[in-house]
Write a protein that binds this ligand. Sequence first.
Ligand SMILES: Cc1ncc(C[n+]2csc(CCOP(=O)(O)OP(=O)(O)O)c2C)c(N)n1
Length: 631
Amino acid sequence: MNSNYLRLNKINSPKDLKELSYDELKELSAEIREIIIKVVSENGGHLSSNLGVVDLTLALHRVFDAPRDKIIWDVGHQCYTHKIVTGRKDRIYTIRKKDGLLGFPDIEESEYDVLNTGHASTSLAFASGMAVARDNKGEDYHIVAVIGDGALTGGLALEALNHIGQVKQRLIIILNDNKMSISPNVGAISKYLNYLASGKPYNRLKERVYSLFKRIPLIGKYLVAISRTVLILMRRMMVPGSFFNDLGVMYIGPIKGHDLKEMEKVFQDAKKFDAPILLHVVTEKGQGYKPAEEDPSSYHSSAPFDISNGKFKPKGNRPSYSEVFGQAVLKLVKADRKIIALTAAMPEGTGLDVVQKEFPQNFYDVGIAEQYMLDFAGGLALGGMKSVVGIYSTFMQRAIDQVIHDITLMKIPVVVGIDRSGLVGGDGPTHQGIYDIALLRPLPGVVLMAPKDENELQHMVYTGMKLEKPVFIRYPKEPGIGVPMDVEFKELPLGKSEVLREGIDGVILAVGTLVYRAQEAAKKLQAEAGIDLTVINVRYIKPLDTELILKVVREKRGRLNNNGKIITIEDGIRVGGFGTLIRELLVSESIKDYCILSLGVPEEDIVVASREELLAKYHLNAEVIFGEIRN
Ligand SMILES: Cc1ncc(C[n+]2csc(CCOP(=O)(O)OP(=O)(O)O)c2C)c(N)n1
């Protein structure tokens, strides 16, 4: 830690914060902001959200007594200040790096981290359960859930509010409202919060009371004077926030989220309250760094950048798979206005922002509501529209029942682009996209594809829209291969794989963008080890090209001991994945004399590292594939 940080040098635990004056705290928050900006400019990370909660975090740690009191961070992407003041300042520069700190709370990392989070909207449910447990045991610590206005759009958070209003446990909800999810927040609740934050409900009430009193002759003006005092009291009590109050959760707000004194005063009062209470804290996303204040979305999950001008490091000219997906959908929408593109709070991340800009009437951002999005897509399709969804693999996990019960069982034609499939760099275990093959593979009638490159992705989007079935297309977060893009869309024959290389010693069956790595390994095997392998781009995990695969397995038996040699390669969990599928096929066909190597992700916790580091660790880059097969 740089010794220039005069205030921070003395902060080793939240206790040390309590000694500081407000002037000293101001200096401390400036130091913390400087560190956050520096770290994210080098490692990437959630810049805007973290800058927005520096003051809120300091206020919370001064008023509450963690780890005895439990501070729960929803999503957890805004935890950097919390990590810095809870004994991890010296490791903050390792955040998101291999063997470094996680960019999200981690119960194994610190006793101050109450939950492992990464997916939105879980904090209220956990806080609610913990509060009931605390009360049952007769304990008396405080439970504070910090949830953003974006995360509050998640159904899970609203289900929790519904239950909290009934059970009425003692807990404190801090609603961190910056009007932003990743992009500007959406939905009716968000509008309602803006209305509350504006102070309008109080002002309207005030006007109504005054005009009523003024109409009363003689004593009216005295009533106005009295009502002023009453209104000041009411402002702090039940007037605004009737939605929350009516649910049984006391609303207080708006509270200035960069004013430590004001926040601390309200937090102290809230500690005395014996029922659920929601404190509406208004913050500014990106505060303290101009480029992030002006464009909080771009710095939400930021790539490394140059601090002096906020410019992102050049990312090369290969398009990302998300961009190609977005462009393919845009082209399809241009030709057919029945197509509706959908995202759950990730217009930029999924690449669908291009549709939002050009055809806003053909685009919906439903908020952090993956379950709703899938059923909404189903409803659109039943009503005669054509739905195409962009969603990250990890967040589709939340909507798996909608995928199974609602879309698949009714065979509703919805095309789902599963972005960030496979191993995901930087974010750690909560954001891995490794389970989608295993989850989707058993579902009857679905189509599951994985493109080998960006050109194939655009054809898959086109093919998927033509199929009139539930279609899932999985692709990773990495730059495209850099192949030329066909100008015209092509339909890819359903359930047909592609032979890319013929060899006599066995076969590699590779899924998705690992196909190129497999080809590279195959070339090297021939050149350096004299092993000559066929390489197949699987393309369709479902329906599987069993005819071709069985033919190749039976024919390519090699020059040694007439044993079939099969290597499966997938960017996903091995248990129940593509390799397992091939093993099941071999068993069902009573093929016994083969030797099979399945490369994929083992059943273990995925550590934080870059995508390339993770691919190397799990034997999925060309060099290691080569070594594994040769051995
Ligand atoms: C279930 C789920 N869907 C999507 C995301 C991606 N995501 C991460 S943070 C975020 C926005 C959260 O907004 P808010 O809660 O208001 O926090 P802010 O970043 O504005 O402080 C989204 C959509 C997620 N983490 N979890």
